[in-house]
Write a protein that binds this ligand. Structure first.
Ligand SMILES: [Zn+2]
Length: 93
């Protein structure tokens, strides 16, 4: 398992997205206002079991790393580092 997969497995997508937009629980799915296209409707779907997000309105979707990349407009490596730092982890040299 490479470092990004380790970070992903230790990070809860619901927690990360919940810090950006408030999420409400509907069974295994969470819904919230999409931070990418805005609007008033809770179009964003976050699946806690699959650790996946999807917005059918603007088409954004992916895993927690892709979420951070898109919301912060940062490259993959930076998103991984940022998520790792949440848990006090740093990339091994
Ligand atoms: Zn959207």
């Amino acid at each position: 398992m490479d470092f990004s997969d380790q970070v992903k497995s230790k990070t809860d997508i619901v927690e990360v997205i919940g810090e950006v937009t408030p999420l409400r629980k509907f069974g295994q799915t969470y819904k919230g206002v999409c931070p990418f296209h805005g609007g008033k409707i809770e179009a964003l779907n976050v699946n806690s079991a699959l650790q996946y997000f999807k917005c059918p309105s603007c088409g954004k979707g992916g895993d927690v790393i892709q979420f951070v990349m898109q919301v912060d407009k940062i490259p993959f490596e930076e998103a991984v580092t940022k998520l790792a730092a949440r848990k006090g982890r740093t990339k091994p040299e």
